[in-house]
Ligand binder design. Structure first.
Ligand code: PEP
Length: 258
């Protein structure tokens, strides 16, 4: 890479798993295993109710905590929603936006992704904005078309300054929770394509700078192969982030690939 190296991020998305007690137990097992990690940023996104326990248990460790979703208004009559300032007050620094499960089960669209991302940035959060195609899209040769549409409607709807403060996650839906990882080459090709979209929409410099994480069945035994691709700036990890040992070996695998 000729440009300044992008710092890698390993982010765990716990989805609807782990009580507060589970969260405390996770961190007491996990933190000693990643004490030596210096080269990668580490993020954990617990369910909302476990965020305070995660913030407390990870204090002074360098591990950042994130939300798994957020609403775009600061407050109001929006039953069940959580606002960006609420996440900040709870101690979050990151928030995942546009995860395929939000798109699939909760009606997330490109427009809501853009609104949530802008609101999260106003509050000072770092959004991790997810894009990725379904299996039927890939099989029909529509991967680029779908990724471009999701990119342009979400991250591409930001100003250049806003775009400089987000992370993108490429998560092919067919690889999420299925045990089917994209090969490092397939992932790298999609990342290159997303960087091309960023270049067309913003600039070559911004396209080089944006960090793009790969997500989809990342495990301890495939992290090093994935991280051998310099296009991949880290990983968004679901299932394997629930176990302290396996998430730590993903972090340490990323460190080793530096
Ligand atoms: C995810 O939920 O973002 C994810 C990538 O899940 P998994 O690692 O379990 O495929």
């Amino acid at each position: 890479m000729s440009q300044a190296k992008r710092r890698r991020v390993i982010a765990g998305n716990w989805k609807m798993y782990k009580t507060q007690a589970d969260t405390r137990a996770f961190f007491s097992a996990f933190l000693p295993l990643v004490r030596g990690a210096r080269a990668c940023d580490i993020v954990v996104a617990p369910p909302f109710t476990s965020i305070p326990a995660a913030v407390e248990a990870s204090r002074d460790s360098g591990v950042a905590i994130g939300g798994q979703d957020v609403f775009w208004e600061k407050e109001g009559a929006f039953t069940g929603e959580i606002s960006p300032p609420m996440l900040v007050e709870a101690g979050c620094r990151y928030v995942i936006i546009g995860h395929s499960e939000r798109r699939q089960f909760f009606g997330e669209t490109e427009q809501t992704v853009a609104k949530k991302t802008k609101a999260a940035l106003v509050a000072g959060l770092t959004p991790i904005v997810c894009v990725g195609e379904l299996l039927e899209h890939r099989e029909a040769g529509r991967t680029e078309e779908v990724c471009e549409r999701q990119f342009l409607g979400g991250p591409g709807a930001l100003t250049p300054e806003e775009f400089s403060r987000i992370l993108v996650a490429y998560e092919p839906v067919w690889a999420i929770g299925t045990g089917k990882t994209a090969t490092p080459e397939i992932a790298a090709a999609a990342h290159r394509f997303l960087r091309k979209c960023a270049e067309r929409k913003f600039s070559a410099e911004q396209a080089r700078a944006v960090r793009i994480l790969y997500g989809g069945s990342v495990k301890p035994d495939n992290i090093q192969g994935l991280m051998a691709q310099e296009e991949l700036d880290g990983a968004l990890v679901g299932g394997a982030s629930l176990d302290a040992k396996s998430f730590a070996s993903i972090v340490n695998g990323c460190e080793a690939a530096q």
